[in-house]
Design a protein around this ligand. Structure first.
Ligand SMILES: Nc1ncnc2c1ncn2[C@@H]1O[C@H](COP(=O)(O)OP(=O)(O)O)[C@@H](O)[C@H]1O
Ligand SMILES: [Mg+2]
Length: 246
């Protein structure tokens, strides 16, 4: 069994890697019920996603999609249940290293004056080679590194936001409503890009609008008021989205 040492300054954490074992992330009875809320936001969520798979969670507004991603990114702490990567139980600190969360409308969080600065924010040690490789991966290698993120088109900004996470080489890419606000042609480009990224990473996508994303999904769930249920495109086919997820 190989051991990958993911570097966390001052506190190295070992994540066990077991090649040939096809389990990636596993959630067992994960719940989130902060003391201040009368009802649980997530209730006994079970999910398994293998490496190089894209999992699609479909749920209406307020169903708990963003909260689930925040827990998987180590930004919020579950109140019950377990999260495993392969056989290892993970803490929020592990999850911060394992996962890369691309927020909804991620371009609103750009804060640097060039593409290069945006990619290196918080990681000044990353070399030019890694920068170039990441931009190639998202199809932005033709742009000058001095370009201000604000000067990019909407579709390019979404790609840059993906690159900001990919440059850290997370095992699990978490995407919150990745096609929101994009026009038809940008959506197509983004879906094609996600299909390509799937060959290197596990992707978990949450959305209220699964158009376009069905075709690249491997596993499907619906989320309603914090309850996750497995589903299939066939099961939902023919039903309107509203009736399928409410
Ligand atoms: N930290 C929190 N404390 C209390 N309520 C929260 C917290 N985070 C989210 N919520 C509530 O949990 C529910 C799910 O929110 P969210 O995960 O943002 O849903 P979605 O992304 O599916 O729209 C909402 O009712 C929201 O108001
Ligand atoms: Mg949300």
């Amino acid at each position: 069994m190989a051991i990958i040492n993911l570097i966390n300054p001052g506190n190295a954490i070992e994540i066990l890697m077991n090649p040939g074992n096809e389990i990636g992330i596993t959630l067992k009875n994960l719940s989130y019920h902060p003391a201040a809320t009368p009802e649980a936001i997530l209730t006994s969520v079970n999910l398994e996603l293998a490496p190089q798979q894209l999992g699609l969670i479909i749920g209406p507004s307020g169903s708990g999609k963003t909260t689930l991603l925040e827990i998987l990114a180590g930004l919020a702490e579950k109140t019950a249940g377990e999260i495993y990567w392969r056989e290892q139980s993970l803490t929020p600190e592990h999850l911060q290293q394992l996962g890369g969360l691309v927020f909804q409308f991620p371009e609103r969080h750009f804060c640097c004056s060039t593409i290069l600065e945006e990619l290196r924010l918080g990681h000044p040690e990353l070399g030019r080679e890694r920068v170039d490789e990441t931009l190639r991966e998202v199809g932005l290698a033709h742009l000058s590194l001095d370009t201000p993120p604000q000067a990019l088109s909407g579709g390019q900004q979404r790609r840059l936001a993906l690159a900001v996470q990919l440059i850290r080489q997370p095992q699990l890419l978490l995407l919150d409503e990745p096609t929101a606000g994009l026009d038809w042609s940008m959506r197509r480009q983004l879906v094609n890009l996600l299909a390509k990224l799937k060959s290197h990473w596990s992707l978990l996508v949450v959305t209220h609008d699964p158009r376009d994303l069905w075709e690249i999904g491997d596993r499907f769930w619906t989320l309603n008021r914090g309850h996750l249920q497995p589903t299939t495109p066939e099961q939902l086919h023919g039903k309107s989205l509203t009736s399928a997820i409410s």
